[in-house]
Ligand binder design. Structure first.
Ligand SMILES: *[C@@H]1O[C@H](CO)[C@@H](O)[C@H](O)[C@H]1NC(C)=O
Ligand SMILES: *[C@@H]1O[C@H](CO)[C@@H](O)[C@H](O)[C@H]1NC(C)=O
Ligand SMILES: *[C@@H]1O[C@H](CO)[C@@H](O)[C@H](O)[C@H]1NC(C)=O
Ligand SMILES: *[C@@H]1O[C@H](CO)[C@@H](O)[C@H](O)[C@H]1NC(C)=O
Ligand SMILES: *[C@@H]1O[C@H](CO)[C@@H](O)[C@H](O)[C@H]1NC(C)=O
Length: 350
């Protein structure tokens, strides 16, 4: 009896020590700030400051946001940037263009709706988007300011303990597979994907060169299953060709990341976020997740509510939490939350 009791006490002691260690470790590793790069899946309002076609600061976007108002997020409510930040216990990083001269000690978002890996993606003559290379230039300005204000070693320490979330590439592929695209005449899908990958690899190397050490890199979802692509098929099937090349691209990204890690050694830590498999799984087993509509958008007009965009003259579904898609290309807040939480992007896996 006595010895059993001692054993029990001992193991409680061990468990206590274990928890204290865990707590200390998670404190030590807590990310200091989040820097977001990407497109409309994570734009929290940068495009509100651009004269661009790619905007979402009008109803019915934002109807489920805490304020009930449109914010520039391409969503009925919060987007992936909000849920990632929440999981790290940090506020959502503000849009860079809201205050270009800030120090942004809690992080900042450079993400811009419509943006791509390639400069040419949606880069319309007047104020198209902040394409990824431009986002990297903006980050280099922020990094310089940080060094000036807090000193080189503090800045280095701050950035190496920050999270760099990168969600980009869907627009480059959408542009290739859109019905009006002229790119296929000039480049095969494989050539186009190779160009995306080599450009992306250079951009990540640049971000790393500026001090980033912890990356969260999202793959691309099954863009062929978005309402906008199903619309092109008379039976409302997914565009299998677009999905095939998206999978091909995602494989390429994963190999590219392994290569970068071996080139940059311990200094390049990353988590790859497999959006593709999660969404395909949800489309195939929707009821498991409380989803009832996997094909049609919630907000829009025409067939699949995808023939025209979500604007104040569109109509929207009463229950946004049972749809995967909010509009012709973007997921609902509910699907996004499910995605980020299921892939459990938290402190623990960085
Ligand atoms: C938009 O484009 C015009 C002309 O190119 C430029 O003068 C202006 O600064 C741009 N605005 C923004 C917000 O980038
Ligand atoms: C993309 O734009 C950046 C400037 O933002 C420029 O430095 C770079 O050379 C451009 N890349 C290509 C391939 O044109
Ligand atoms: C990278 O990951 C390794 C192994 O988990 C860890 O020891 C190291 O501290 C991490 N480095 C950074 C900068 O996060
Ligand atoms: C629609 O999708 C099916 C299945 O992917 C495919 O066999 C068919 O050719 C598509 N039809 C059109 C018009 O694209
Ligand atoms: C909306 O959909 C969710 C998920 O299926 C369900 O749990 C909820 O009861 C629905 N709400 C209404 C008002 O129908």
């Amino acid at each position: 009896m006595a010895s059993n009791k001692t054993k029990l006490l001992n193991s409680f002691g061990l468990i206590a020590i274990y928890f204290i260690l865990q707590l200390n470790m998670s404190r030590a590793q807590k990310v200091k700030a989040i820097y977001v790069f990407g497109d409309s899946l994570v734009d929290v309002g940068n495009n509100n400051y651009l004269e661009t076609f790619f905007r979402a600061n009008f109803p019915f976007n934002g109807i489920d946001f805490p304020s009930g108002k449109p914010t520039g997020r391409f969503s009925n409510g919060k987007n992936a940037a909000d849920f990632i930040a929440e999981n790290f216990g940090l506020p959502t990083p503000p849009p860079y263009l809201s205050n270009k001269n800030d120090l942004f000690l809690n992080g900042v978002s450079f993400a811009s709706g419509g943006a791509g890996i390639l400069n040419s993606t949606n880069n319309l003559p007047s104020n198209g988007t902040i394409y990824l290379s431009k986002q990297v230039e903006y980050f280099s300005e922020v990094q310089q300011r940080l060094i000036t204000k807090i000193g080189e070693s503090e800045a280095k320490n701050h950035l190496s303990n920050s999270l760099f979330a990168v969600v980009i590439g869907s627009n480059d592929l959408f542009n290739y597979f859109s019905s009006k695209s002229k790119i296929p005449i000039r480049k095969s899908p494989q050539e186009y994907i190779d160009l995306m990958l080599s450009t992306f690899s250079n951009q990540l190397t640049q971000i790393h060169g500026l001090g980033a050490r912890k990356f969260l890199i999202a793959g691309i979802g099954p863009i062929g299953c978005t309402p906008s692509q199903r619309l092109l098929n008379s039976s409302e099937n997914c565009n299998e060709e677009a999905n095939y090349w998206t999978m091909n691209y995602n494989k390429g990204v994963q190999s590219m990341l392994i290569k970068l890690k071996s080139q940059l050694k311990e200094d390049f830590n990353y988590t790859y976020f497999n959006i593709y498999d999660f969404l395909v799984n949800t489309i195939q087993n929707p009821t498991k997740y409380g989803i009832h509509e996997v094909k049609a958008a919630c907000c829009g007009a025409g067939r699949l509510k995808a023939a025209s965009p979500c604007t104040p003259i569109a109509t929207y579904c009463p229950n946004r939490s049972d749809h995967i898609f909010w509009d012709e290309v973007h997921p609902t807040e509910a699907a996004t939350k499910l995605l980020v939480n299921t892939l459990s992007i938290t402190q623990n896996n960085m």
